[in-house]
Design a protein around this ligand. Structure first.
Ligand code: ADP
Ligand code: MG
Length: 553
């Protein structure tokens, strides 16, 4: 069968659905439904209220159910959540904050506290315990915390909570719902108070969906813009007013350059999510434009950056934009939560990979699985292969139209196609409940992301205290990543297979692990070198008993 990007790699089939093992039947891509029921994620419903009678708008039970989902699927966390709560948080740098242990005592706006409860969050995760007070106190912030540790809410909750009481006075005027009903609504230029930038479109949508929850019953109106979606629609959304803008960088710059669409002059909070990716050379120009895009008064904008990984070079660049007394947080250790993820590396010759992945999928109980490959072509091919073997799979990569990407994500989230084949880029930061297995069909190469990419990928499972499993196919072509992969296995207390034993450093697991760019001269640069607990990112935790933290985490 030939691969055809237009059909998501799938040919139509006839007759009763064929199945394999206990897997659900595969589903064909249904264009009629998606074309008719035009559903773009950026058009998802948001709470709209003009703030006439105080700070908190009326309840809207039907929208509330749509925003927060069925009660049984709200919040919740894995059996290892308690382990998450024991994770150490390192504060580096001059400014320190005291953590909050519960949402109730965090000083949140009452409407926000309600939303947190509706989301089903009972206890803050460690990154939230520190970020909430840091942001409420008005600090700039760099936060590094493992994948799946709740970073999105760590910035959304305090930022939106701070703005809830002030929305009326800070927000730009916009047409009211009444104006729309009467047809007298005049389009406005969007003047967001919060801008959240992230590198991947699917991630932007996911953050938008979180923002829709936390803006509930407030005046704050969230919008999302990203490449690939129809411009006209996205502009129409902005013209209804936008207080919280989530954006992928290309589209954001595009809108900033169009007259009358978007102005950053009111921005109070600028958040860069997956910041290390954004600080990559490829984004440099766009990034500078975004960071200096407003005409705000100096010091009026709070900048914050979040990521699971943060190489030294990116940190250096980040500091150019942050105030000298920004708060720096680093949460957790590789061994603590990521022992949630059982990692296997198995030797599979290149020509046997397809069969190996098929065997693996059909000998394990069906479970939500993400398969990572290194090229768009490989994604198409593997999707074809598995689909023809009657597995319920779908795929996603950068050459697909945005519509196809959204459909793939939606059917993966819904469990209609529980197997998702994807390239790494499109899956950054993606949070899907119950992803039980991540398969690195291709291990990342050192040129494309290396060990950090490995960590982001396996972090799609084992989220928020759940257990997960990651299997990686290895062969002689992967020798480049072998040393760091072996160190990662050792650090996360996983078994090292025989064929990697040659890469175990002398002294084995007991030897202190030093990653390439562990060294960091920030201690002197920010004048905190006298403080033993603040001498940089790669050093021991203040309390001791804590090995050096690898760059990758
Ligand atoms: P990260 O950005 O650190 O990878 P996310 O922000 O995507 O992680 O959060 C992972 C998941 O955890 C999301 O589904 C989110 O709704 C959930 N979550 C976040 N904070 C909490 C909490 N305090 N209690 C329960 N679930 C939470
Ligand atoms: Mg995230």
């Amino acid at each position: 069968m030939s691969t055809n990007g237009q059909t998501n790699g799938h040919d139509a089939t006839s007759g009763p659905p064929a199945t394999v093992g206990e897997w659900a039947p595969k589903t064909d891509f249904n264009y009629e439904v998606t074309d008719d029921g035009v559903h773009w994620e950026h058009n998802a419903r948001v709470y709209e209220w003009d703030g006439d009678e105080g700070e908190v708008g009326p309840e809207h039970p039907e929208l509330e159910a749509a925003l927060f989902g069925p009660p049984e699927e709200r919040g919740g966390h894995g059996i290892n959540f308690a382990a998450i709560a024991e994770i150490k948080v390192e504060q580096v740098g001059v400014t320190k904050v005291d953590p909050v242990r519960s949402f109730d005592t965090a000083g949140l706006h009452p409407a926000m506290l309600k939303n947190v409860q509706l989301a089903g969050y009972r206890v803050p995760t460690p990154i939230q315990m520190w970020c909430i007070p840091a942001i409420l106190q008005g600090h700039d912030l760099i936060a590094i915390a493992q994948t799946g540790s709740g970073k999105t809410a760590a910035y959304l909750i305090p930022i939106l909570s701070r703005l809830m009481g002030k929305a009326k006075q800070l927000a730009a005027p916009r047409p009211t719902a009444q104006d729309f009903r009467e047809g007298s609504a005049r389009p406005v230029t969007a003047e967001p108070l919060v801008v959240i930038v992230c590198p991947a479109r699917e991630l932007a949508v996911q953050i938008f969906n979180e923002a829709r929850k936390f803006c509930y019953r407030s005046m704050l109106r969230p919008c999302v813009v990203y490449g690939g979606g129809p411009l006209r629609d996205q502009i129409a959304q902005l013209q209804r007013g936008c207080d919280v803008l989530i954006a992928s960088p290309g589209r954001l710059v595009d809108f900033m350059e169009r007259p009358g669409v978007l102005s950053l002059r009111r921005v109070k909070y600028m958040v860069i999510d997956e910041a290390d990716e954004m600080l990559d050379d490829g984004w440099r120009d766009g990034f500078t434009k975004i960071m200096s895009g407003g005409e705000q008064d100096e010091g009026d904008v709070k900048y914050m950056m979040f990521s699971a990984t943060f190489p030294a070079a990116a940190r250096q660049l980040a500091k150019e934009y942050l105030t000298d007394n920004h708060v720096r947080l680093q949460v957790g250790r590789i061994g603590s939560t990521h022992s949630n993820i059982k990692q296997d590396v198995i030797f599979v010759a290149r020509e046997l990979k397809q069969d190996a992945v098929f065997d693996m999928l059909t000998t394990m109980p069906p479970q939500r699985t993400i398969i990572f490959v290194n090229s768009k072509h490989a994604a198409d091919q593997l999707d074809d292969f598995l689909f023809n073997k009657n597995l319920p799979c779908t795929s996603m990569h950068g050459d697909r139209t945005q519509r196809e990407r959204e459909d793939a994500m939606r059917s993966f989230r819904a469990g209609t196609t529980p197997i998702l084949i994807t390239t790494g880029v499109t899956a950054r930061g993606i949070d899907v409940r119950n992803v039980m297995h991540v398969i690195n069909y291709d291990l990342p190469s050192m040129e494309h992301g290396g060990i950090q990419e490995y960590i982001h990928r396996i972090g799609r499972t084992g989220r928020i205290g759940y257990e997960g499993r990651a299997t990686s196919f290895y062969n002689e072509r992967d020798e480049g990543i072998a040393p760091l992969l072996t160190m990662t296995l050792l650090e996360t207390k996983q078994e090292v297979p025989d064929f990697l034993s040659g890469f175990v450093p002398e002294g084995g697991a007991q030897a202190p692990l030093v990653f390439d760019d562990d060294s960091d001269d920030e201690g002197n640069a920010n004048g905190t070198s006298n403080d033993a607990s603040a001498s940089g990112w790669g050093t021991d935790a203040p309390q001791g008993g804590h090995q050096p933290i690898s760059e990758a985490w």
